[in-house]
Design a protein around this ligand. Structure first.
Ligand SMILES: Cc1ncc(COP(=O)(O)O)c(C=O)c1O
Length: 364
């Protein structure tokens, strides 16, 4: 049974459909954090001509796919591991390193803690603070690191705060972790949306730090969560060897392999996405900042965290108001360190964003 106060994941459109009697095709999801442009036009045009690829097993080494990813992510093909979405790679990495004690920056994506506990580890959180605009205090974090920890998890930019750590700060964190023999897992699912991606990505740091693994996917930026194509980047030979030994022989399908070879080279689409998100991010940030009804936290990704200032409203009342208008926002009550005073929205097409603004600001 679905109760009214149930929490909905960004992909739970079937549940919503039943409960509110709205066709899921009509719902605009401001909760899934997926690129509003949909899949790459080049992919749409070319993939069907590769349909016969499914008549053969994929290349076990995924050589061509890894070469495409490496060129795109500015890494070396030997550093790449492909997997069934970044979720499978999070799981494999945790399974192989089986951390006993992990530290996670929170609030964040819940899957890290779940995987760590599935493999018998304990998690503690380093809280990002509303008073500090959810920005990380690097020195404070470094002072919390010690020899009893074996894993630090950072989502960069972070879901749901949309805050980011620069690569120069990441270097300081990695140096401290190296001293205490701590692995650092950086989830870069949203990094391609960041305004200055080169200042945020940790990929160049893999050359200097072998305690680092980076996870990326195609679900959000490439609007392809159903494709299940993710990849990890590391220069740690032990991890590369172990993951190769423990993984399934074919972690992704021939079709996902073909899709990956096409989509990373659609530069026009990549550019169009970055421009759209940049413009809408700045525009919506200013609108909410001036609204008096919300406090927006400055976003680095394709979504934004908002604190509700209107005492008559909470995250659930706003969720209900929006869903009745066929727009789904993220009620942030279930995130650790957040409450019913917070919602998260992602940036969609300008006309949809305008509609959402009207409903949230009570002007419809
Ligand atoms: C931070 C973060 N990492 C990973 C994922 C899952 O990605 P994938 O579809 O590549 O498994 C999500 C999905 O919401 C996410 O928000």
């Amino acid at each position: 049974m679905i109760r009214h106060k149930d929490h909905f994941h960004g992909s739970d459109l079937e549940k919503i459909e039943k409960m509110y009697s709205i066709k899921k095709e009509e719902i605009v999801s401001f909760s899934a954090n997926v690129n509003p442009l949909g899949i790459s036009p080049k992919l749409e045009q070319d993939l069907s001509s590769h349909i016969h690829a499914i008549e053969s097993y994929p290349d076990r080494e995924y050589t061509q796919l890894k070469a495409s990813i490496a060129a795109y992510a500015k890494a070396d093909p030997s550093q790449i591991i492909v997997g069934n979405g970044s979720t499978e790679l999070i799981s494999l990495f945790i399974q192989i390193t089986s951390p006993k004690r992990a530290l996670i920056l929170g609030p964040t994506y819940s899957e890290y803690e779940r995987e760590i506990s599935l493999f018998g580890g304990r998690t503690s959180y380093f809280p990002l603070n509303d008073k500090n605009y959810f920005q990380l205090d690097i020195n404070e974090l470094i002072s919390r690191l010690n020899d009893t920890l074996d894993l630090l998890v950072l989502c960069n930019p972070n879901n749901p705060t949309s805050t980011a750590i620069t690569s120069s700060d990441m270097r300081k964190i990695l140096d401290a972790c190296k001293i205490h023999d701590i692995y650092v897992m950086v989830d870069e699912t949203y990094v391609e949306f960041a305004p200055e991606m080169d200042k945020i990505t940790s990929v160049p740091l893999t050359e200097d730090y072998n305690n680092l693994i980076i996870l990326r996917g195609t679900s959000k930026f490439y609007a392809a969560p159903g494709l299940r194509l993710g990849y990890a980047i590391t220069d740690n030979e032990y991890l590369l060897k172990e993951i190769h030994q423990k993984k399934n022989p074919w972690m992704i399908s021939s079709l996902a392999e073909e899709a990956g070879k096409i989509m990373f080279s659609d530069t026009e689409y990549i550019q169009a996405t970055r421009e759209l998100i940049s413009t809408e991010r700045e525009r919506l940030y200013q609108i909410f900042r001036e609204s008096g009804k919300f406090t927006p936290f400055y976003p680095s990704a394709n979504f934004m965290l908002l604190r509700i200032e209107d005492k008559k409203e909470d995250s659930h009342s706003l969720f209900e108001r929006c869903i009745k208008e066929k727009m789904m926002i993220r009620d942030c009550r279930t995130f650790p360190f957040l409450s019913d005073r917070y919602i998260r929205i992602c940036f969609m097409k300008p006309e949809d964003n305008d509609r959402l603004v009207k409903v949230l600001l009570g002007k419809h």
